[in-house]
Design a protein around this ligand. Structure first.
Ligand code: ZN
Ligand code: ZN
Length: 335
């Protein structure tokens, strides 16, 4: 095997990624060495690259929606034979012993480590990942189409769970997560109202094509009250907007890892047992449940594919709101 690999590397937040050759990492006792096929580009990658999330590992290989094949395994790994195709998500490790971990809430572990943030991720030809946070992927998805399931799908699914049995569901920010979630929500018999950036008629058309009963700008109230709303746009000003759109007892779920400040709003918007809550990361159960559900919906991901070396262009397209569905790096495409 080669000794070095191509990788897109963050040397300092605020600067573009640089294409470099790095040594191929070695797996620890409970880790897998993975050959990366594809890695989707998440809004959280933008927050990492832009320096909006504190203290990233540096230098860093970003990327946490990884589709890869097991090349070799650490001495204590039993579950994943070589050649298994796995997905790697944002949550890369948790302690397994704290009160959060032992109650199935490892997403809240104080010692948790995150892929493509505190550990090198999938913007590279190889990476290592802990076996507890690698998940077999459903057959029937190509590498690039499976990649967005690993964060847009997983964390979106956790957000959807937090809306309970809401029948009228608003999705604010119609990007990768919303385009997956809309399909799951319809499958569950919910009606989806999609809110895009004001004036984004292409995004609104895309949402209607996927089955939204209504699509409009986030500055427009929905045609009827909602039971719940999920915010994927990292815009704190949308919290009072969404609260005004949900009925009594409704919940507003903030799905992003980073959000601008929430402006002050009148208590009347929260009154009536409305709830505002965040969703942090994902649990292993979210991953297992969602990856089992996706093929039965079936969730189909729309992807815009970039070669690995074009990671900066993919990030720019996402920042500009020019991606329909999910941006994905096809790591197999060159080299
Ligand atoms: Zn993500
Ligand atoms: Zn823990």
């Amino acid at each position: 095997m080669e000794e070095s690999m191509r990788a897109m590397v963050l040397r300092a937040p605020g600067q573009p990624l640089r294409e470099e050759r790095l040594p191929i990492p070695r797996p620890g006792p409970e880790e897998l060495l993975l050959r990366v096929h594809a890695c989707a580009v998440c809004r959280t990658d933008l927050h990492v690259v832009d320096g909006e999330l504190p203290h990233p590992k540096l230098p860093l290989v970003p990327g946490h929606e990884v589709v890869a094949t097991v090349v070799s395994t650490g001495e204590r790994v039993r579950a994943f034979p070589e050649g298994t195709r796995v997905g790697v998500p944002w949550l890369g490790w948790s302690c397994g012993q704290c009160r959060y971990c032992v109650s199935g809430r490892e997403n809240l572990c104080d010692l948790a480590r995150f892929t493509g943030y505190q550990a090198d991720g999938g913007y590279a030809e190889y990476m290592v990942a802990h076996e507890r946070f690698c998940f077999p992927l459903p057959a029937g998805y190509s590498h690039v189409h499976a990649a967005p399931l690993m964060c847009a799908g997983l964390i979106g699914f956790r957000c959807l769970r937090m809306t309970g049995d809401a029948e009228r569901l608003g999705l604010y920010g119609f990007g990768a997560a919303a385009h997956v979630l809309l399909q799951v929500a319809r499958y569950q018999g919910r009606r989806v109202f999609a809110f895009t950036r004001p004036g984004d008629v292409d995004g609104q058309r895309f949402a209607r094509e996927l089955g939204a009963v209504w699509a409009g700008g986030s500055d427009t109230p929905p045609p009827e009250p909602l039971d719940a709303a999920i915010l994927f746009a990292p815009v704190g000003a949308l919290v009072p907007v969404a609260l005004a759109a949900v009925e009594k007892g409704g919940v507003v779920v903030c799905g992003g890892i980073h959000m601008s400040d929430i402006p002050a709003f009148p208590y009347a918007l929260l009154w009536g047992e409305r709830v505002v809550r965040s969703v942090a990361n994902l649990t292993r159960a979210d991953a297992l449940d969602f990856l089992a559900l996706a093929p039965s919906v079936p969730v189909r991901t729309e992807v815009q594919v970039f070669p690995l070396s074009e990671a900066n262009a993919a990030l720019s397209a996402l920042r500009a709101g020019h991606v329909r569905g999910a941006a994905v790096l096809d790591v197999d495409a060159e080299g």
